[in-house]
Design a protein around this ligand. Structure first.
Ligand code: LLP
Length: 416
């Protein structure tokens, strides 16, 4: 376990969160290097031959990416910026896959010039743009077609991606035609097929449905003399956010399913896990600013806001909130835990039972390693949050909190 109470205080690995907070002002994200490695190694162990492309969008801190790259991770990127970052972190193009419905010509050029493993095509017009760009660069682009298998992953509405009405991929009955078109293009090299059906999926069924359709599709392609090398099965595996309630799919069970359906096709498997690797390797540490009694409500106002961590505000996501000093013998209270942002949605939890917490006490918002800092903003002109990486008994600030000066640096000329 990366987290534990020792001597009445919360520890990450062998470092006391309270000790970190004496040096690093809250709020800050804190990640366990050991947990990152263990989570990645689990994938490596159950998929020894696959290319595991860590989905950088889940957490784009350089220390996190480099830790995973050192374990052998490739990268799944969805923008020119993420592609640039992956390359800067030393991930070779041969281990990078690039999805996303709105790739610009500049992003496409960068991908082609770095000979990435595959550009996952999401529309007919994009295929044309990739073809033209490659021809202009006197080369061929490695491509896969991301199909939309029309499967409802039954996750949150905003993070489900493969219903017939979603914007992602090519509806699977239309895919064959697009592959045929691609096979006649001089600027592309067909490498694979890709899917990604959503995120925080807690059930194997939607994956099973998807794999069945993938098998059909690959056979159909082969009948048409279109032979692919790679099957990119995307990310999406869910994690525990609500202790004792969420029952996520085990990576091993997922691997069995891949084995059952896809192994007989004898293709190279690519996967794009994000959340499963980083979510529970990270927390957001925040201090209590005020207790506010308002009518019948008890608000606990903390110094982290929805700009630092927007999952609760955006998806009504549940995250455990733990006091950094343990629960023993403390008076319990039901709090609405809220941040300082001027929006009522800036709420981390409603009616949450917690020990009574005083000004200056620390809380840890759990499961904040994925889609936390990477979705952070400067809303209300609040600086981007600091990030800390714990490694055994040591820790390091791996992203400094922005200063106000940093925040206005790109507009300084307007103040002259
Ligand atoms: N591959 C593609 C093409 C994706 O779009 C995503 C996530 C992943 C892989 C990684 O999925 P994962 O293994 O992390 O589930 N902000 C939301 C999640 C959005 C996911 C977007 N795509 C949240 O906080 O729940």
């Amino acid at each position: 376990m990366a987290f534990n109470y020792e001597e009445r205080f919360l520890y990450m690995e062998d470092v006391s969160i309270r000790e970190i907070s004496k040096k690093v002002p809250t709020p800050f994200f804190c990640y366990s290097k050991r947990a990152l490695k263990e989570n990645f190694d689990k994938f490596k162990k159950v998929f020894p031959k696959a290319t595991i492309c860590y989905a950088i969008k889940a957490n784009s801190n350089i220390a996190v990416i480099k830790t995973l790259a050192a374990c052998g991770a490739g990268a799944d990127v969805v923008s020119g910026g993420e592609l640039f970052l992956a390359l800067k972190c030393g991930i070779p193009g041969s281990k990078i896959v690039y999805s996303g419905v709105g790739k610009t010509e500049k992003d496409i050029s960068l991908a082609i010039q770095n000979e990435i493993k595959q550009i996952n095509i999401e529309s007919a017009e994009e295929l044309e743009a990739v073809n033209q760009t490659a021809i202009r660069l006197c080369t061929r682009a490695n491509i896969a077609i991301r199909i939309n298998p029309e499967v409802d992953a039954h996750s949150h509405d905003k993070i489900t991606t493969a219903r017939v009405t979603d914007k992602f991929g090519i509806l699977w009955p239309d895919a064959l035609e697009l592959y045929k078109k691609a096979s006649n293009m001089s600027g592309v090299r067909i490498k694979g097929i890709a899917v990604h059906i959503g995120s925080q999926i807690l059930d194997l069924k939607p994956f099973e449905e998807t794999f069945k359709k993938l098998v059909k599709m690959v056979k159909e392609l082969e009948k048409n003399d279109i032979v692919i090398e790679n099957i990119d099965i995307g990310g999406g595996l869910g994690v525990v956010y609500k202790y004792k309630e969420d029952k996520p799919v085990r990576t091993e069970a997922f691997a069995k399913l891949v084995d059952k359906y896809l192994a007989p096709l004898k293709k190279h498997i690519i996967m794009e896990p994000g959340r499963k690797i980083v979510a529970n390797a990270g927390i957001l540490v925040s201090s209590v600013l005020y207790n506010k009694k308002s009518g019948r409500k008890d608000f606990l106002i903390i110094d982290a806001g929805m700009n630092d961590f927007m999952r609760p505000a955006l998806y009504s996501a549940w995250h455990e909130i733990l006091p950094v000093r343990d629960w023993n013998n403390r008076v319990m209270k039901k709090y609405d835990v809220v941040g300082p942002i001027c929006e009522s949605g800036d709420t981390f939890a409603k009616s949450r039972e917690l020990p009574q917490l005083e000004h200056g006490e620390l809380v840890a918002i759990m499961g904040a390693g994925a889609y936390g800092s990477s979705m952070g903003s400067t809303y209300n002109f609040r600086p981007l949050t600091a990030e800390v990486l714990v490694d055994g008994a040591k820790y390091k600030v791996v992203r400094k909190r922005q200063s106000y000066e940093d925040m206005i640096a790109s507009q300084l000329d307007l103040l002259k």
